[in-house]
Write a protein that binds this ligand. Structure first.
Ligand SMILES: [Zn+2]
Length: 265
């Protein structure tokens, strides 16, 4: 098995056009943003046949990505329940497309400095919500992965919270965003996530930044040492998927993919 390289659809655009351009760029698979407006569950339902046929042209099956701002941690229970229902709707859309892996993010509007005293309540709510969501997805044979947050170390949420959630939710797998780990704690952050979660690591997002905020730059335009990252991934024998989440342009995403493939070989 070797690593598969993919690109993510931009949910602001038409989903079919997005998939088509990823296909033309020669990626191994597409990560589909099941996100409003361009990739909302309703849009997926309306276009499911066309999407299914199009993704068959890739060498490897698609993955599903949901909106980063789905809030499983909020203290308003009715709102939290509706987020779970929205998440389940996204899982239904993924099922319709035959997708087997879907991600959610370690995010809550409550995970900010101002709400520090409620940190435990918020993280516990995230666990409670994800248990329901993972159970629902698993009943449809779909795996749920959790993407790590893009906050700096001094903020509220960190790798310890991430580990707590991963350890507390049955069958929840790891989706490591390399850029986010770098913002949290530099190269040590990337190393810690790779080695701490190597047994549950299912998927990776890759892009560059300067360590302050989530710039989603091409590889080499920020401060991340990708040569070192490639070495660590080889050390753990990583052989799954890497999506190039470079937002400057599609060509930049492709160039980043070629660059990283060279680093791995
Ligand atoms: Zn990401």
């Amino acid at each position: 098995m070797t690593i598969k390289f993919g690109m993510i659809t931009n949910p602001a655009n038409d989903i079919l056009e997005e998939i088509n351009s990823i296909l033309k760029l020669g990626f191994d698979y597409a990560e589909l943003g099941i996100e409003m407006p361009g990739g909302s569950p309703e849009v997926v339902h309306r276009n499911s046949h066309k999407i299914r046929n199009l993704v068959k042209e890739f060498k490897f099956p698609p993955l599903a990505h949901t909106a980063w701002w789905i809030d499983f941690g909020g203290g308003y229970d009715l709102v939290r329940e509706v987020w779970i229902r929205e998440a389940n709707k996204s899982i239904d859309a993924a099922e319709l497309l035959g997708i087997k892996k879907i991600n959610f993010h370690l995010y809550s509007i409550g995970l900010v400095e101002e709400y520090k005293p409620y940190h435990k309540l918020i993280v516990d709510n995230i666990v409670k919500s994800l248990r329901e969501v993972a159970r629902y997805a698993n009943s449809k044979n779909i795996m749920v992965m959790l993407e790590n947050s893009n906050q700096q170390k001094k903020s509220v949420v960190d790798i310890k919270d991430y580990k707590f959630v991963i350890d507390s939710v049955p069958n929840l797998k790891v989706h490591l965003d390399i850029g986010h780990a770098f913002i949290e704690n530099g190269m040590d952050g990337i190393k810690d996530y790779i080695f701490m979660f190597k047994n549950k690591l299912e998927h990776i997002h890759m892009h560059d930044n300067h360590g302050k905020w989530d710039e989603h730059l091409p590889l080499g335009k920020g401060k991340i040492n990708f040569e070192q990252t490639a070495k660590w991934l080889k050390q753990i024998g990583y052989d799954k998927t890497i999506t190039f989440e470079v937002f400057t342009s599609k060509k930049d995403a492709k160039d980043s993919m070629i660059k990283f493939r060279k680093m791995l070989s």
